[in-house]
Design a protein around this ligand. Structure first.
Ligand code: CAA
Ligand code: NDP
Length: 286
């Protein structure tokens, strides 16, 4: 039974994952390299829990109890007594490999190492550890507290026990698991990201304005957010890295990232998290 979890990376996904785990009664360590990043993550959790109190979904006591189950960490050695680690750092293979290699030498023998990667090969990440059977993809959707889906991805060597433990945990978190094979982008991003990339091509080619492209998909297809708003929300860096994984992984030009997406990332326009993407965000609207 998984009781204690360390979440690596206190960005938008890591903070959300830490929140839902703590709300489900798990003891949680939220880890990032800098204390500042962890505090930012805790701040966003506090805001969302307060909103849930205001809305009457939880009581003030439940909020406090959740926060009491959350501790901060800035060193991976804190994973020494954890049953599970969920990694949510940047979508770069080399960074994830470094984190997994280090964690493998720290966590107890029984511990599972899960990655929230959006697109990268679980088998390749698992191969840097001495426990590839206990490595798995546990892909949450953004915003984590709201979205019901968790895509579970087995690497080539993932054991049935590991899969079962993660499927059980997903249900304990109140989420719905689906299973996907270890192909680039799995299911969700293989379908979603080419649509977002195509919307960016439509901007690049001047087919319509950013607003009109979003309105087309919102009102024409009943999507809750237009693709460009969604890209800003996900993070344009993450969108680009996923397209690169699809492009390289399938060696098919239909997945080529739009040059405009590359340029925005080069400019540091990463979407909502950096204050500018296809739209502008300031303190009041952000
Ligand atoms: C890239 C990957 O690897 C995979 C991915 O995650 S791809 C991204 C998947 N996510 C999506 O596609 C999200 C699409 N958008 C939506 O579903 C909706 O726009 C949304 C749920 C984000 C917001 O819903 P909305 O109806 O437009 O706005 P709003 O009424 O303000 O919010 C609905 C609820 O969500 C909550 N919410 C909105 N944004 C939130 C956030 N960033 N974090 C936490 N909660 C949030 C709100 O607090 C609100 O809850 P209550 O009012 O009940 O308290
Ligand atoms: N955004 C989304 O909609 C979704 C993203 N994902 C996946 O989740 C992961 C994280 O994405 P997201 O939360 O959006 O990204 P963010 O950029 O919001 O957060 C990433 C966090 O990880 C930190 N970090 C980077 N390297 C390390 C490290 N070696 N050790 C500890 N922390 C580190 C970063 O710190 P610093 O800023 O200092 O580098 C940052 O705080 C990615 O793999 C992404 O593909 C999955 C589903 C949805």
């Amino acid at each position: 039974m998984i009781k204690k979890v360390l979440v690596v990376g206190a960005g938008q996904m890591g903070a959300g994952i830490a929140q839902v785990c703590a709300q489900a009664g798990l003891e949680v360590l939220l880890n990032d390299q800098k204390e500042e990043a962890v505090q930012k993550g805790l701040g966003s959790i506090d805001k969302l829990l307060s909103r849930s109190v205001e809305k009457g979904r939880i009581t003030e006591e439940e909020k406090k109890a959740t926060q009491n189950r959350l501790t901060t960490s800035t060193g991976l050695q804190d994973a020494g007594d954890c049953d599970l680690v969920i990694e949510a750092v940047v979508e770069k293979m080399e960074v994830k490999k470094t984190v997994f290699r280090e964690l493998d030498g720290i966590v107890p023998q029984h511990a599972i190492l899960a990655t929230n990667t959006s697109s990268l090969a679980i088998t390749e990440i698992a191969a840097v550890t001495k426990r590839p059977d206990q490595v798995i993809g546990m892909h949450f959707m953004n915003p984590v507290p709201v979205m019901k889906l968790v895509e579970i991805i087995r690497g080539l060597q993932t054991s049935d026990e590991t899969f079962q433990a993660i499927e059980d945990l997903t249900q304990r978190l109140g989420k719905v698991p689906v299973s996907a094979k270890d192909f680039p982008g799995f299911v969700s991003n293989r379908i979603l990201m080419p649509m977002i990339n195509e919307a960016i091509f439509a901007v690049y080619e001047g087919v319509a304005t950013v607003e009109d492209i979003d309105t087309s998909m919102k009102l024409g297809m009943n999507h809750p957010m237009g693709p460009l708003t969604l890209a800003d929300f996900i993070g344009l860096d993450t969108c680009l890295y996923i397209m690169e994984v699809l492009h390289e992984g399938f060696a098919d030009s239909k997945y080529r990232p739009c040059p405009l997406l590359k340029q925005y990332v080069q400019a540091g326009w990463l979407g909502k998290k950096s204050g500018r993407g296809f739209y502008n965000y300031d303190e009041t609207t952000g």
